[in-house]
Design a protein around this ligand. Structure first.
Ligand code: DQA
Length: 142
């Protein structure tokens, strides 16, 4: 079982800054993640929240319930949240950081990630394909 977590403002995919994030909606992205996992013999459980604490709780749950891994697009909390970093550190299942856009090619405040050092790896700038690659990695390493 693979947990796919999307953070703040990602519920607005499709209408949010389409020149950066494209026109695919969160619902379509989640359906794709479910299909990609299924093709590999896994189940993707997808959630989105605009609330930091809710994301913390889903990370804990993935750890406590023996998930094979977490795909996490923490959105702007990537650049602000010690709480998310500590949540990732508190579990032993691998967490892959994903960003749709290339955060390193954008504003300097997006260049720092609080969570990158405690994630297994990070993917940025590959659009929705980043989620697919993260799911594939987790399925091969599980
Ligand atoms: C994002 C990049 C973040 O800097 C931004 O705050 C987001 C989306 C991405 O997927 O490219 O909300 O995580």
């Amino acid at each position: 079982m693979i947990s796919v977590l999307n953070g703040p403002n990602l519920n607005r995919l499709g209408k949010r800054e389409p020149e950066i994030y494209g026109t695919t909606t969160l619902e379509e992205l989640e359906a794709d993640c479910e299909a990609w996992a299924r093709e590999l013999g896994y189940t993707a459980v997808c959630h989105q929240s605009n609330f930091e604490g809710q994301l913390v709780e889903w990370i804990h749950r993935a750890g406590d319930e023996g998930f094979d891994g977490v795909v996490l697009n923490a959105g702007a909390y990537t650049h602000t949240s010690v709480a998310l970093r500590d949540a990732i550190s508190s579990i032993t299942v691998p967490v892959i950081e994903v960003h749709i856009s290339n955060v390193h090619a954008r504003e300097s405040f997006r260049h720092h990630s609080y969570i990158a050092p405690v994630c297994k790896g990070s993917i940025a700038g590959l659009g929705f394909l980043g989620y697919k690659l993260a799911i594939q990695y987790l399925s091969e390493k599980a």
